[in-house]
Design a protein around this ligand. Structure first.
Ligand code: HAM
Length: 533
């Protein structure tokens, strides 16, 4: 017998089962409540976007874009590029009628397929429809010549001289046209939310909305990282962004306050907030050059990754966790000593704004973050119980990103909480609320009791009580045993006597205390129980 394959979740992905999922819902629900109290509104963006959007915003040289994105094209792209490859191969298509006929057949198929894909919105319209039309002229010349020389048996005769030149030109022009196909953009699963939110902000002209636009987003993100505790390939973020005309430091501080209010509400204590300013386009380039110079001086003492980054992205060397590099990094020039006046002032006001709110923080000049879009403020929060992946939230300012994506001048700041890590930490701290227990198990016996059981179950559920109603009749003992194992608070005992007298027996499973109640009393009693928790 063939062995049956057991499918498992793909490495780096996982299932979240009840009752754990209740904890996730509670965390996300609390975030919604806190964020909405700060006047944020929810935005939902697609899970995949054009690859170019991420490359442009996060930076082509970052690990996230360079190594970790899940990208995919469409099979149609392969099909069309196979057509183009065939039409443009080394073959001298005009060598004889047979080859020419072959070229013509494939070119027509290519033209038809391209048109179909354009009409199905799979391929971009503009250039491709024009190309398909222009192809008609060349193909009709070829077709005309072929029709004058109907295929008979051999069909591989040499082209008549009078046709040769015209046909050669028609083939060449069809080839040039085919090479001009505009392919659909390659797509990638989102590795983070900020780029998609900025794209949506521009696409929907959200800059005309009054004041700064405050948005939050929750959902899965995808990065091909090496899986370990707190690091997954599909992970979840709770993201918040403020976009608009103002970059007042009070916005940065309020955003951080909101984050910490959420953490406090969900019992995520013992966190540490680190802040930094990484300057802007006026002061950072000069600092990066200074840093690069200094790094070149110590290049031999650095590992391969840091050596490479000296040229590609020297700021990232500051992020290095390699033990042997720490002492060297401590001696490097610090950005805080090279900020321009405006950035220094912004950072100093941010710190005042944090103090005004009673927020404790630590400055960390090495906090440069792994994404290229940041300017000025960067911050990170670490939590306990997470091992090496202890960053539970990262964020910062990205003034100019919207402009870089083709939008109007816009300031921006935001953060993303790693939900997986937040939940892990809450669990380790023992701060998770108990999942809501099953309220009532309806232990019915005798066919005659079943309709009454169905009815009372519906009424209790309408009153907001979680009810389990066994669909099959069971022996009384077995039924109560199941109620126990399901963790029900109460068993509602419903036999033929109860139905006849319209009095229900309610048994509290923790201490076996029983009460006899009429329907109205039962509802009232259970509702007040539920309210008092
Ligand atoms: P990030 O630092 O790349 O920033 O990610 C934010 C948080 O997502 C991290 O602190 C971590 O908790 C979580 N995270 C990242 N990768 C993984 C993973 N593989 N597994 C589990 N958790 C992970 C951003 O994504 C920026 N978009 C934040 C931002 C918003 N900046 C401005 N606005």
């Amino acid at each position: 017998m063939a062995e049956t394959k057991q499918f498992r979740a793909i490495k780096g992905t996982r299932d979240i089962l009840p009752p754990d999922s209740a904890l996730w819902n509670w965390f996300e629900q609390t975030a919604r409540e806190v964020f909405e109290s700060y006047n944020f509104g929810e935005i939902r963006t697609p899970i995949f976007e054009e690859t170019g959007l991420f490359a442009r915003s996060i930076g082509a040289e970052t690990d996230v874009v360079n190594k970790e994105m899940y990208g995919f094209g469409s099979p149609d792209t392969e099909e069309i590029s196979a057509f183009v490859g065939f039409l443009n191969n080394e073959q001298v298509w005009t060598a004889d009628y047979g080859l020419l006929r072959g070229f013509y057949g494939v070119a027509r198929k290519f033209q038809e397929r391209l048109k179909t894909l354009v009409h199905a919105d799979e391929f971009p319209k503009g250039a491709n429809l024009k190309l398909a039309e222009q192809l008609d002229l060349s193909l009709s010349i070829i077709s005309h010549v072929l029709s004058q020389n109907p295929a008979t048996g051999g069909l591989i005769g040499k082209l008549a001289d009078k046709d040769a030149e015209e046909v050669r030109r028609a083939v060449a022009s069809a080839q040039v046209l085919s090479r001009g196909v505009e392919y659909p953009q390659s797509m990638s699963l989102r590795p983070e939310a900020t780029a998609g939110i900025c794209r949506a902000y521009i696409e929907h002209g959200m800059h005309v909305r009054p004041g700064n636009v405050k948005l939050y987003l929750m959902g899965p993100m995808f990065r091909r990282e090496r899986p370990q505790k707190g690091r997954y390939r599909q992970f979840y973020q709770v993201d918040a962004e403020v976009l608009g005309p103002s970059d007042a430091p009070g916005i940065d501080a309020e955003l951080i306050e909101m984050l910490l209010v959420l953490f406090r509400r969900v019992g995520l204590v013992k966190t540490k907030l680190y802040v930094n300013s990484i300057g802007d386009k006026n002061c950072r380039p000069a600092y990066v050059e200074k840093l690069r110079e200094a790094l070149r001086g110590v290049k031999e003492r650095l590992g391969a990754d840091s050596q490479r980054r000296i040229e590609t992205n020297p700021l990232r060397v500051l992020d290095s966790k390699v033990a042997e590099e720490q002492e060297i990094i401590a001696t490097l020039p610090k950005i805080s000593e090279h900020l321009c006046d405006a950035c220094r002032e912004h950072f100093s006001q941010l710190k005042q704004e944090l103090s005004l709110r009673g927020i404790q923080y630590e400055e960390n000049w090495r906090l440069v973050r792994g994404l290229d879009y940041y300017t000025r403020t960067t911050f990170e929060v670490t939590a306990e119980g997470l091992g090496s992946q202890n960053a539970v939230c990262g964020g910062g300012r990205y003034d100019g990103l919207v402009e870089m994506l083709g939008g109007p001048p816009t300031k921006g700041i935001g953060f993303a909480i790693g939900t997986d890590r937040a939940i892990l930490s809450i669990e380790e701290l023992g701060a998770a609320p108990k999942p809501q227990a099953l309220g009532v198990y309806v232990a019915w016996m005798g066919k005659a009791a079943y309709p009454a059981a169905v009815e009372i179950a519906r009424k209790l559920r309408e009153a907001g009580i979680a009810v389990e109603l066994p669909a099959e009749e069971m022996k009384f003992k077995k039924s109560l045993g199941l109620a126990d194992r399901l963790g029900a608070r109460y068993a509602l005992i419903l036999g033929e006597d109860e139905v006849a007298s319209r009095m229900y027996t309610l048994k509290r499973l923790a201490d076996a205390e029983q009460k006899k109640l009429a329907e109205a009393e039962l509802l009232e009693y259970l509702e007040s129980e539920r309210r008092s928790g």
